[in-house]
Design a protein around this ligand. Structure first.
Ligand SMILES: [Zn+2]
Length: 112
């Protein structure tokens, strides 16, 4: 099941949508304003990249723009790398936070 990223032309927000079947693509609406005026975004990151190579290629000193977060797998990467650099081991707690970010649960919390 593919996950597609969209940007809403109405409210300019981005969200990802799990497409359960091809017919579902046409039914996608903006998560925030329910507009159908959407642009599908294409991830600029290779799907074959492993988490290890993502972490090592990832430069925490660079600013991360919209491009970066089009790939939901990059959410939490910065925090993970930073804690590694600082020698902080948050262990499973960190993974939990990252996992939440990737599944969009953090965003849901923000929108409350
Ligand atoms: Zn919208």
């Amino acid at each position: 099941m593919p996950i597609y990223e969209y940007r809403c032309n109405q409210c300019n927000r981005e969200f990802s949508e799990l497409i359960l079947n091809p017919k579902g693509i046409k039914k996608v609406r903006c998560r925030y304003c329910h507009s159908r005026n959407l642009n599908r975004l294409v991830s600029s990151f290779s799907v074959h990249q492993t988490e290890e190579s993502r972490l090592s290629n990832f430069d925490t000193s660079k600013t991360r723009g919209d491009e970066f977060y089009k790939d939901s797998r990059n959410i939490g990467l910065w925090a993970k790398k930073r804690t590694k650099e600082l020698g902080v081991d948050l262990g499973s707690k960190m993974d939990e936070i990252v996992e939440k970010g990737r599944t969009g649960k953090i965003l849901d919390d923000y929108n409350k």
